[in-house]
Design a protein around this ligand. Structure first.
Ligand code: NAP
Length: 269
């Protein structure tokens, strides 16, 4: 490809690792960093460089991509980068693909040195779509810098949502509707069970109606969006407004610590 860039990729969890691998396969030169270093090994074997620190990872980068768990993780990674005045060179584009909400995005944007841009680009879609570059990318930054747009195009289908923070905001809206929908389907299945109905009958009939998409997500088997991350997204949303249904969903999710690291589909009976 003729648009190959020097990309620093920080955060090689369930989503970050396949996204980084996909960018590597697209011809980008990747330097990777992860808090738990072992997770970088497969990418190094595939041709990436590994850095010992976040600041070291971004030092020569044209584009920085972060894919981290939550606002605390984004701060833990951005603090050492921002406290090293030589780490980010002017002209660097930072793309945060984590789901952290608009407040964390704007806080980071306000701390960047002059000449460094930030695009929030959280994604819909799970590990299966991350691996194949078929994510649904919600970008905040209007207009998007050209190199940012090119990199995001490699990750999936890009929707430009508006100014910085708008991608993060729309992500909270969409994922909360999905998590709420899965929670509702799980309860409908539980009601069917209590009423003595076969689960396959309830599933099939629910899938004929307007909850079809939520039913499909409730039975997804190629996703890995753990219950604890779903609860984190609901908490980010309920921090912005009174949302009593989602508050009940949050209580349901956090009442099942045994499922914290399991895909959201496991909340069905
Ligand atoms: P994950 O597998 O738990 O990975 C989280 C990443 O954040 C890991 O690299 C982890 O490092 C790092 N991290 C956590 N706390 C940290 C800290 N204090 N300092 C430095 N690094 C820290 O999660 P994921 O599934 O990849 O999800 C990443 C983000 O994408 C989340 O915001 C999630 O909500 C969002 N998302 C997930 C999915 C999905 O289906 N999984 C789909 C769309 C969006 P370690 O490896 O050292 O723990």
């Amino acid at each position: 490809m003729n648009t190959a860039k020097k990309v620093a990729f920080l955060g090689l969890g369930h989503m970050g690792a396949p996204m980084a691998r996909h960018l590597l396969a697209q011809g980008h030169a990747l330097t990777v960093w992860n808090r738990t270093p072992d997770k970088a090994e497969a990418l190094v074997a595939a041709g990436a460089e590994v850095a010992a620190t976040p600041a070291g990872a971004v030092r020569d980068a044209e584009l920085v991509v972060t894919m981290l768990a939550d606002p605390a993780a984004l701060r833990a990674v951005s603090d050492p980068i921002l406290s090293d005045s030589a780490a980010l060179r002017p002209g660097v584009h930072w793309i945060d693909t984590s789901t952290v909400g608009p407040d964390a995005v704007r806080a980071l944007a306000g701390r960047l040195p002059a000449g460094v841009t930030l695009t929030d680009a959280p994604v819909m879609g799970s590990v299966d779509r991350a691996a194949t570059g078929q994510l649904w990318v919600l970008a905040g930054g209007d207009p998007l810098p050209g190199p940012v747009r090119e990199l995001l195009n490699a990750l999936g289908e890009v929707t430009v949502c508006g100014p910085v923070g708008s991608g993060a905001a729309l992500k909270l809206v969409l994922i909360n509707a999905v998590v709420g929908g899965v929670g509702l389907v799980a309860e409908a299945l539980r009601l069917g069970q209590v009423l003595g109905l076969p689960q396959e009958l309830v599933r099939a009939e629910l899938a004929r109606g307007p909850l079809a998409g939520a039913v499909a997500r409730t039975y997804a088997d190629a996703s890995h969006f753990p219950v604890d991350l779903a609860a984190k997204d609901v908490a980010l949303a309920t921090g912005h407004a009174p949302l009593p249904i989602l508050e009940a969903v949050h209580a349901t999710l956090t009442a099942r610590p045994d499922l914290a690291d399991q895909d959201l589909s496991r909340i069905r009976p």
